[in-house]
Ligand binder design. Structure first.
Ligand code: CA
Ligand code: CA
Length: 141
């Protein structure tokens, strides 16, 4: 589903997005999600230790490719700063790419947009540390 070029495009998008914001963006990809994708995303968020950022500003973009499920969740630092519908436009745009089967474009666009949106609340700091890996996390299901 994702060849080496696709993976590189996605990781590069994360690296680029994190030059706009101190927020830490990660992507997790499953084949199938049998439960509510938000619940699954919360599970993965914890498993990846994403709550271990100084400003509690980790963001997880969760995708299940075979049933085209998507969830974007932020840590409490982000939830306290943004409105509940903060991710809606980004999600809608990503899903329209997914419907065309273009997961890589959907993800990389969504990642870049997330960085731009987060910039207002969590601007990039000159002493930035890459607190969470930019590598994609793959589920084994
Ligand atoms: Ca960082
Ligand atoms: Ca990072």
């Amino acid at each position: 589903m994702f060849n080496e070029n696709d993976k590189k495009t996605i990781v590069d998008a994360i690296t680029k997005a994190e030059l706009n914001t101190s927020g830490e963006i990660r992507v997790h990809i499953d084949k199938k999600c049998k439960i509510d994708p938000i619940d699954k995303a919360i599970e993965v968020f914890e498993k990846l230790g994403m709550q271990n950022t100084e400003l509690r500003n980790g963001v997880l973009i969760y995708v299940a490719t075979s049933n085209k499920k998507l969830a974007i969740i932020g840590d409490e630092g982000i939830n306290n700063a943004v409105s509940e519908n903060f991710w809606d436009d980004i999600k809608d745009e990503m899903i329209s790419h997914f419907k065309n089967g273009d997961f890589t474009a959907g993800l990389s666009n969504g990642i870049i947009k997330s960085g731009e949106q987060l910039k207002k609340h969590f601007p990039y700091q000159s002493d930035d540390v890459d607190e969470l890996s930019n590598e994609i996390s793959f589920g084994d299901e």
